[in-house]
Design a protein around this ligand. Structure first.
Ligand code: 0PR
Length: 381
């Protein structure tokens, strides 16, 4: 630890140097991230609430009221009524909370999830000493229902359905999966990405599969304001249908202003609550619809460019995540590395092996055009 401090200007200059090495969303070259530039009003809200900490909610009734309102609004968006929950640090924390509740509620250990599930479920299993049971995907790259039926047993604590897979943005057949869920088993939907996309696509006339609390068996959901919700990081939401389920992870907090905590985090970045409120209140459903419409337009622009280049799509994109097969002999990871040298941050997927683009609101058509020119050069090498 430094013995003596230095002048604040010098500190800021050092920080500026560090930041100059980082890519910025506004450069339009980050195409492998599920986060994006927050709305300016969210940034301001975040700064204004930097002190608040719902880990000790009694001190912050104003912030607590905002959290209650957001959970109510998100619950409605997910077609639920009187849904409970919390604003947390992101999808990983929500997913861990779901497994934690399920383990305590059922006393069982097995976690059944599709191969397309986010790696946070592996983390959660490790932390909670639970057993991952990975179900293969079918030809549509969503959970294989026949195999899921065999994987679910009287040892199952929780089944996971994906509404917007990380790799391809696909939605599992959640209503069909619900038919296999035994009555005392937890059913959690990870809509970290899709939760702020699918409802708005449906508003625009798509008829995407049901994925939310409209399915009676669904017990809890992950939905992330810091992804397509346009909030600042870190901001996730954990929603649970029955408040008594959340009590399964309640921990006594005798010296705080609340008796029990029902979150994994103690101190929480509650600026995220104000930031999420600011995004949702200022955009409304119509604002999110426009954002999703714009992202899908850019996504379709990218699919057109790919097809023009003779590349094959893994599937028609459902949301603003795109998987592109590369020609024989071209390794996605090698192409990704060469593109990185040209300052493009694209991603790769493993199931199946492909180049992966996440077309967030900071990605514009002109960025796609420049990327595909460079991709063409890289593939021609
Ligand atoms: N569930 C799904 C479906 C996800 O895609 C992710 C993260 C999570 C849960 C976990 O969420 P948190 O990262 O908020 O805990 N998906 C991206 C990923 O891990 C997140 C990401 C964000 C990646 C920004 C890159 C990046 O630059 O791939």
């Amino acid at each position: 630890m430094w013995e003596r401090g230095i002048e604040e200007e010098k500190v800021l200059a050092e920080l500026e140097v560090a930041s100059s090495h980082d890519l910025q969303f506004s450069d339009g070259r980050i195409m492998g991230s599920m986060c994006t530039l927050p709305r300016p009003v969210s940034l301001k809200a975040h700064m204004d609430f930097i002190e608040s900490n719902l880990g000790n909610a009694g001190l912050y009734p104003g912030t607590k009221a905002l959290e209650t309102e957001i959970i109510e609004q998100l619950g409605q968006l997910m077609n639920g009524r009187n849904i409970s929950g919390h604003i947390v640090n992101g999808g990983t924390e929500s997913n861990i909370m779901a497994l934690w509740i399920a383990r305590n509620m059922t006393g069982k250990k097995e976690v059944v999830f599709p191969k397309s599930a986010h790696f946070s479920f592996m983390k959660a299993c490790d932390l909670l000493a639970m057993t991952p049971i990975e179900v293969p995907l079918d030809e549509n790259f969503t959970i294989d229902l026949d195999k899921a039926r065999w994987a679910i047993s009287d040892k199952t604590a929780i089944v996971i359905g994906m509404a917007g897979t990380t790799e391809l943005g696909l939605i599992d057949p959640i209503r069909e999966l619900a038919d296999f869920i035994p009555s005392n088993t937890f059913f959690h939907i990870d809509a970290a990405f899709g939760g702020f996309v699918i409802p708005f696509l449906n508003d625009m006339g798509h008829s995407l599969p049901d994925f939310d609390f409209s399915i009676p068996e669904v017990s809890s959901m992950t939905i992330d304001p810091h992804k397509m919700g346009m909030s600042t990081m870190p901001s996730g939401a954990f929603l649970v249908r029955h408040p008594e389920h959340a009590e399964k992870i309640a921990t006594r907090a005798p010296y705080l202003t609340l008796l029990n905590q029902t979150t994994l985090s103690g101190t929480r970045c509650s600026a995220a609550v104000a930031s999420t409120y600011a995004a949702m209140r200022s955009l409304g459903r119509s604002g999110y619809r426009q954002i999703v419409r714009d992202c899908m337009e850019v996504t379709h622009h990218a699919t057109a460019r790919a097809v023009e280049m003779g590349l094959e799509l893994v599937t028609e994109p459902v949301m603003n995540v795109l998987g592109i097969y590369l020609p024989e002999g071209k390794e996605p990871a090698a192409v990704q590395a060469t593109l990185k040298k040209k300052n493009w941050m694209v991603s790769v997927a493993e199931n199946p092996k492909c180049l992966r683009l996440v077309i967030m609101p900071h990605v514009k058509k002109e960025n796609i055009d420049s990327l595909f020119i460079d991709l063409g050069d890289v593939l021609a090498q």
